[in-house]
Design a protein around this ligand. Structure first.
Ligand SMILES: [Zn+2]
Length: 974
């Protein structure tokens, strides 16, 4: 074998045998982890430090996925999205590396994905047209003859620069490393991107995308020998190169620095954060110690530094990027957002004062214990949600590996954690000494503030226009002609479909590879005295996952907006037994966490709203008694009367809602449109959408002027929700542990306030009928609705209430529409970062959306063509097969045990039973072109009841033709 094994080790923390290798001929690095996880993962990464903020690494990340030697189609990546069972497929650009990760539970599928990715990075076509499409190019306005910039990354980054949170975090990070690649923007500054030439772009690939600069990773239950053999053939023909790609360390600052910049905004609100460069990777005790310290200082409401900042009233919520571990030098950052521009210096002073106080007086022992337990719980549970566990481990390993350190050491965390616990609990002031060394006595510090400027956006736009006008005057007639010709050629290329021969190169599964049976999730109904419990016998390593779902059938409509706040009030305002700091510490010390959320859905086949408030808890089985005591204390004895604390929560929620408004613009406009079409979506809008933001703004003022009424409504909400009637519990853990816990669970349930006994039936809200008449409840929905905010990009949507009976085959048509038509029209040709649709089987609502879109009217016009496109479609058997496989991949998405339990609860509450799921699956597997056409007709039929809208800047909305604005509702949100 031509790989040299450097080290082999069993790492019990991740239950894996790890092999660390070097490829003899090229020096390529390989980390191979073997274990029982069926969710196999692969990644290849390269060190790609930029030398300018022109986004070259980012544009390359996009471009290598646009066709390779072995797979010469326009976008192999999209073909895989269309037709594979992947559980993850994407690519990421970091400040100093580019990573290509994939995952799948199906071995054949997995190796197909790996092969396409390896060919993409080593043998990409990256033509000049690809560079222009993904990076940037000029376009000429046919009427005015003016030049403009277009390109996927160009537009994506304009979106990133419109988000003050993102913008501020990025400046904070970069401010610490002015003389290194970390001082640049590897994603690309829209003002610098057009400086990048095709030649430089090609050279960047040649320099860095070489096996000698590669960090390759395998993980899962496949054969380790097979991985080596597979790689060997793909690395053949390369020889070893010396590649200088390790970013040089930034010389330490002799004194702290201050930086100020401007974002587009009209409210007098600043973001400010204090940032430190910490040590380099390598000392695992320090790395983990700093991670735990960061948790102690800011992660919970009881965290002393968070509390000092929030209590000061200087800002609305925390700012700063927290602990950054993915750079050669670690960094840490904390501050506030929503600060009065004249008060930013006070924030810096307060951070330093509080850190000094903690170093001198010592940190509360309960806070230390709580954070130690919480961090340890998370490290052992490794609950990465929908993100594959194997890929999370890859990214963690790269934090050391990329800088020439042994990645196996940091994955074996047990002994380091024990050493830290001994020191921290030994009373020697371990964390206090870290504060002194890395924060108080460390001059490598920056304070970065961004201030609002209402003209910032128009200034940037004017700058861009001016630069383009200058370029235009410098161009000869022939050069202008050449620009037009190449723009036309690009458009033609984009519109030309791949040949069947080229498409046939993309490896895929056959329908026979797919299981015909719908996955069964174990679920058993038992009684806990008054309330029913849904139990899932699944291996959870002795962690109990317990959900309590409370029906909202007794909650008056006017109190619905309080629901999001209720969760935080219960968990973060203290109880009769504990003040809120102590409660947070107790939860941290004894549990894996408790959180609250709401579930709003449409009942299967019934078009009725199903609405629940959930408390979701987890703890080690042996800590269950303590967890249940704490839950009882929260449910029965929550103190809601701390006005100051409640106001802090409301301000934080408001700040978060405002901060997410533009980044989640597609979700905001989508939620708004759907709220016109069904009852559950309307309720959801009150709790999560624009109406919630309006409610929070009003409430923030009312707390001061009329606290009595706020408090009484909050209590009324709690009393209407927290009751045994209509409550259902949901538990996931293996059987042996569960049987031991049953008596305690029963005793706990008996204590819940009655409000009538639950009968185990799933309650359904009376509510109004669905809005399939498109009349949006009592008031007719406007044909168009616009939300305006200072954003350089738009989010465009249209929602249709379908009457046609739900069909799994429609999901296949939707998948194809997303990955073929919308991807091509909205993203590739339109220049938006994304274009896709949503279809809810339960409500029948279908929606088209664009994401970070430079266009408005053009996108509406694309939406106009969707019903006709589907209604007249001719699709090859091959493409149909891929769309079916891709759809099944989504339906069968890999879930960790806690999520299996939760999904099973949602099925139960919405009445979506196993037989219904099997029928939908059959329809997916048997989908035909006729189903696509039926879907198109169903959408066309719903056109007259559809609602449309967009989120964008007021100036851009005004440019829409009159027909799009007549009778429209336009609201300025930010
Ligand atoms: Zn990107």
């Amino acid at each position: 074998m031509s790989f040299t094994l450097i080290e082999e080790r069993f790492i019990h923390e991740i239950d894996s045998t790890a092999g660390l290798y070097r490829h003899d001929a090229t020096g390529a690095r390989l980390l191979s982890l073997s274990n029982k996880d069926e969710n196999k993962a692969f990644g290849i990464g390269f060190r790609t430090p930029p030398s300018r903020s022109d986004g070259v690494a980012h544009i390359l990340e996009h471009s290598v996925l646009c066709g390779s030697k072995k797979y010469p189609v326009k976008e192999p990546f999209v073909e895989l999205l269309k037709g594979s069972l992947n559980t993850f497929l994407n690519a990421f650009t970091y400040p100093d590396k580019t990573v290509y990760p994939v995952a799948s539970t199906n071995k054949k599928d997995f190796y197909n994905l790996v092969d396409v990715y390896l060919d993409a990075v080593f043998n990409p076509l990256i033509s000049e047209d690809t560079f222009r499409q993904e990076g940037w190019h000029y376009e000429v306005d046919p009427e005015t003859g003016d030049l403009s910039y277009k390109g996927v990354v160009f537009n994506e980054m304009k979106g990133a620069y419109s988000d003050p949170d993102d913008f501020h975090d990025d400046l904070c990070r970069r401010s610490l490393f002015p003389d290194s690649p970390y001082g640049l923007d590897s994603g690309g500054d829209p003002r610098v991107i057009p400086q990048l030439s095709y030649g430089e772009f090609k050279a960047f690939h040649e320099t860095y995308y070489h096996p000698s600069n590669a960090f390759i990773y395998f993980y899962g239950d496949d054969e380790p020998e097979e991985r080596l053999a597979f790689l060997e053939s793909r690395l053949a023909g390369y020889s070893k190169l010396e590649i200088a790609s390790l970013p040089a360390p930034q010389p330490a600052f002799k004194a702290p620095i201050h930086r100020t910049a401007y974002y587009e905004g009209k409210d007098p609100k600043a973001w400010t954060a204090v940032n430190w460069a910490l040590g380099e990777h390598g000392d695992h005790e320090t790395s983990l110690g700093l991670a735990i310290l960061s948790h102690i200082l800011t992660a919970t409401p009881a965290s002393p530094l968070r509390k000092a900042l929030i209590d000061s009233g200087l800002g609305e919520d925390l700012a700063g990027f927290g602990l950054e571990e993915s750079l050669r030098t670690m960094a840490w950052s904390v501050g506030l957002k929503g600060v009065h521009p004249g008060k930013t210096a006070e924030v810096e002073a307060l951070v330093l004062k509080e850190l000094s106080r903690l170093a001198e007086r010592g940190i509360d022992k309960n806070s230390v214990e709580a954070s130690l337990n919480t961090v340890e719980f998370a490290m052992r549970e490794k609950n990465t949600g929908r993100f594959p566990r194997g890929l999370a481990i890859y990214l963690e390993a790269l934090n050391d590996w990329l800088y020439e350190l042994n990645p196996l050491d940091s994955l074996s965390f047990e002994s380091v954690l024990e050493a830290i616990k001994r020191k921290a609990l030994g009373g020697k002031g371990y964390f206090e000494s870290l504060i002194r060394k890395w924060f108080l006595d460390n001059p490598h510090r920056s304070t970065v503030t961004i201030l609002p400027d209402p003209e910032e956006g128009s200034k940037r736009e004017a700058e861009e226009k001016e630069a383009l006008a200058k370029i235009k005057t410098s161009l000869s007639k022939d050069e202008m002609k050449a620009i037009e010709t190449s723009a036309r050629r690009l458009k033609a290329l984009q519109e030309k479909p791949d040949s069947p021969q080229a498409l046939a190169t993309i490896p895929g599964l056959t329908l026979e590879d797919l299981p015909r049976e719908s996955l069964r999730l174990p679920a058993q109904e038992v009684r806990l005295g008054n309330i029913p419990l849904l139990y899932h016998d699944l291996p959870t390593s002795s962690i109990l996952y317990l959900d309590l779902a409370f029906s909202l059938e007794n909650l008056p409509e006017r109190l619905l907006p309080y629901l999001g706040l209720l969760g935080r009030a219960l968990l973060e305002m203290g109880t009769e037994d504990f003040d809120y700091v102590a409660l947070s510490q107790e939860l941290g010390k004894h549990t894996g966490g408790v959180r609250a959320n709401s579930l709003m859905a449409t009942r299967w086949k019934k078009k009725e709203a199903v609405a629940y408030f959930l408390l979701r808890a987890k703890a080690m089985a042996d800590k269950t008694p303590r967890l249940l005591e704490l839950l009882s204390s929260i449910l029965l004895g929550a103190r809601l009367d701390n006005k100051e604390r409640f106001k802090q929560i409301v301000l934080e929620e408001k700040a978060q809602s405002e901060a997410s408004f533009i980044p989640a613009g597609h979700a905001m406009i989508g939620q708004r449109l759907l709220s016109r079409l069904s009852e559950s979506e309307r309720k959801s809008e009150l709790i999560n959408g624009l109406e919630q933001l309006y409610f929070l703004r009003e409430l923030a003022g009312r707390i001061d002027t009329d606290w009595a009424s706020v408090l009484s409504e909050l209590k009324e909400t709690r009393n209407a929700v927290i009751r045994a009637s209509g409550c259902i519990a949901n538990a996931t853990i293996d059987k042996d542990d569960f049987e031991k816990l049953m008596p305690e669970l029963r005793a706990f349930a008996a204590k819940l306030p009655a409000g009538g006994a639950g009968d185990g039936k799933v309650p359904v809200l009376a509510g109004k009928a669905d809005y399939t008449n498109g009349q949006g409840g009592e008031q007719p929905a406007p044909p168009y609705e616009y939300l305006t905010a200072p954003s350089q990009v738009n989010f465009v949507g249209r929602a249709f209430p379908l009457i046609a009976e739900a069909s799994g085959a429609f999901l296949v048509a939707k998948k194809y529409l997303d990955t073929a038509y919308l991807w091509e029209k909205v993203r590739v040709q339109g220049g938006a970062y994304g274009g896709f649709s949503t279809y809810d089987l339960n409500s029948g609502n279908f929606m088209l959306l664009s994401y970070r879109d430079p266009n408005l009217q053009e996108t509406f016009q694309i939406f106009d063509t969707v019903p006709g496109y589907l209604a007249n479609i001719d699709i090859s058997q091959e493409e149909l097969k891929r769309a079916i496989i891709g759809t099944i991949g989504g339906v069968d998405s890999y879930l960790l045990p806690d999520m299996k339990g939760y999904v099973s609860l949602v099925y139960h509450l919405t009445g979506y039973g196993h037989e219904d799921r099997q029928r939908m699956r059959d329809q997916i597997l048997d989908a035909s072109a006729a189903d696509f056409r039926a879907f198109g007709k169903a959408i066309a039929e719903a056109r007259s009841r559809a609602v449309s809208g967009a989120l964008g800047s007021a100036q851009r909305i005004e440019t829409l033709p009159e027909s799009y604005r007549r009778d429209a509702e336009i609201r300025a949100v930010l």
